[in-house]
Write a protein that binds this ligand. Sequence first.
Ligand code: CO
Length: 210
Amino acid sequence: MTSYQRLFLENKAWAKEKLTDDPDYFNRLADLQSPEFLWIGCSDSRVPANEITGTQPGEIFVHRNIANMVVHTDLNLLSVLQYAVEVLKVKHVIVCGHYGCGGVKAAMTNHNMGIINKWLRNIKDVHRFHREEIDSISNENLKINRMIELNVQEQVMNLAKTSIIQKAWKHTQLPHLHGWVYDIKDGITKPIFEMEAGTSIDSIYEFDDL
Ligand code: CO
């Protein structure tokens, strides 16, 4: 059996188990989704949104990319964000980074990685904004860990800079924004930065006429 065939077998077993527990499970989910959360996480295979939060299908709307970035020209992220906020009306948007993030590590080197350079450059900008603090940390691991935390913080702030979030804040006082970091070594997630709906931001990023 090839490795991918195992996935089909596991899928069948999973579907059967769900039906055994609750014969109406798929019928109910097929009708609609009304998740309360949008998760913006890293693509890293070790950080599966549902599994680490103990949530079921239907509970979290998910977007993942390398190093959980909120890039204001990323049509994919922006489409997910708009749909989650305006149609699903999620109450919370969570940006979840993780210690040991290969994307952040790579951004802190000078390696030429081709196309990925363009993505990692957004993380290098985070380093530049916080150069003084980052450069003052001598231990290499602690330096990367702090960069991972600051990157999450910056991505939460990037959410607040979008017209999508600003418009929602003005009209619905939702969603609240959260920055978390997950530790691959012990499975624990901790909050590191929050922006309640309506938090004021640097005025240069504020839009009028929302
Ligand atoms: Co990562």
